[in-house]
Design a binder for this molecule. Sequence first.
Ligand SMILES: [Zn+2]
Length: 524
Amino acid sequence: MKNKINHIVGKYLFETLVSMKIAKDQISLNVNEDGFVLNITVEKHISQTQIDLITGKLSKTLQQHADKEAEVNPASIKFIKIRGVSGIVHEGQEADSIFGFASNSKEDFDATIAAIEDRESRDHRKIAKDLELFFVDEMAGKGLPIWLPNGLALKNSIKNYIQQLEAKYDYMPVETPVIGDVSLYKTSGHFYHYRHGMFPLMVNQENEEIILRPMACPHHILVYKHKPRSYRDLPFRIAESVKQYRYEASGALIGLERVRAMELTDGHIFIREDQLENEIEQMYSLITEALKTFKVDVHYIELALHDKNNKEKYHGNSEMWHKAESLLRNFLDKNNIQYKALEGEAAFYGPKIDIQIKTSLGHIITVSTIQLDFLLPEKFDLTYINENKEKVRPIMIHRGVIGTYERFISVLLEQTKGALPFWLSPRQIVIIPVSDNNLEYAKRLNKDLIAHGYRSKVDSRNERLSYKIREAQMGKVYYQLTIGDNEMNAGTLSVRRYGSEEVYEYKTFLDFIKHLEELKIHHK
Ligand SMILES: [Zn+2]
């Protein structure tokens, strides 16, 4: 449907431009994924209103051009919407680009426009800018987000929850450095298989070769290897909020969705073979619990398998691959989990289950992951001592709960349109005193709320009350408390929630705190 509409728009715009007496050869036509873009070389800027008002017939030449691409008679076009006009460079010259949508069916047209508007309102880059979460400054480097206080508040709320969840599932937190000796990555194979995603090698004054790490797996392997392990020590589960750096082409960078500096909710588990099935179940349950708490909309689950013909990427014996792949497949089948099995999508060390999400730009991204690995334990010669005092190779699992904070926050912002639940809201409460008379009281309340662990601020600016309320609503502050003489004298609270016109009364400060505690405990 979208393509059809694009074609129709193209024809319609040609028509309108022709009636504006612009020479045909000055107009070119490009169809892109998102809509229709016309590049025209005109001196005068064409405004949206002008175009909306123009109607006319297609010229013969243009009709021919249009027929090649469209299936619908342009004469039947009844609905059109110009989305905008912007300056571009076309064939080396500055030009205006006009984009819009049209249809002969009101239903199609309305649905498409609604979908486009919805998608635009979900763009996490715009939302993050409005909420003052982060920014990227080329002076600091491309794809390197700088987190502002609001963004960090959101990130830390998520992090606290993830760390609690990991503790519940018996993970031990560790911390490892962001750089590492090249031998670590040569042993793991990342240096050979993942070179394209790594920043160039650093050589220091002592000629040591250092890598800015693209992942923490090799470090975590050393944590396991640090001491002799017995079968009783397994499963050995470690977790870290890993800061890591990956090279991405500058043209591929997108807001928080595709960055060069990221923080991953990483974890590695070392187990005996007989523990594998149970461990996958545990891990899957941890991931589902997290995604449920965040109410994330999952697009599909992918079972990523190796490609038998790609011996360059997929080393190891085929028996090992077969065993690992059928284990994951059996788990999904047994639990009635719908999935797509894709060959050639596995990591070079093993197959994986990926939880995939669709972004507002239509990209499919991985958030959570469970990756089996029979290869790295081999390369690092990992062992444990079994009941018979023999050395046995453990199996390793790589696990991401919600992927990187960067990607996950972009998903949260898109799926909620920035209207985050209270527990995640970067700005939970703003207190607005009605007059100067109420300012001191408002400040005291604010102190109490902060002491209870909430993110609260007083808006003491010399602005009108309605302006402050409107601004707090625009900034998606979850609760707005207006404090006037009535509230001050009675000790009550008048509370307005983001997105609601209603004002709730709380009889006492403690009643309000109780309500907030409820929200916090239940992740609402
Ligand atoms: Zn890993």
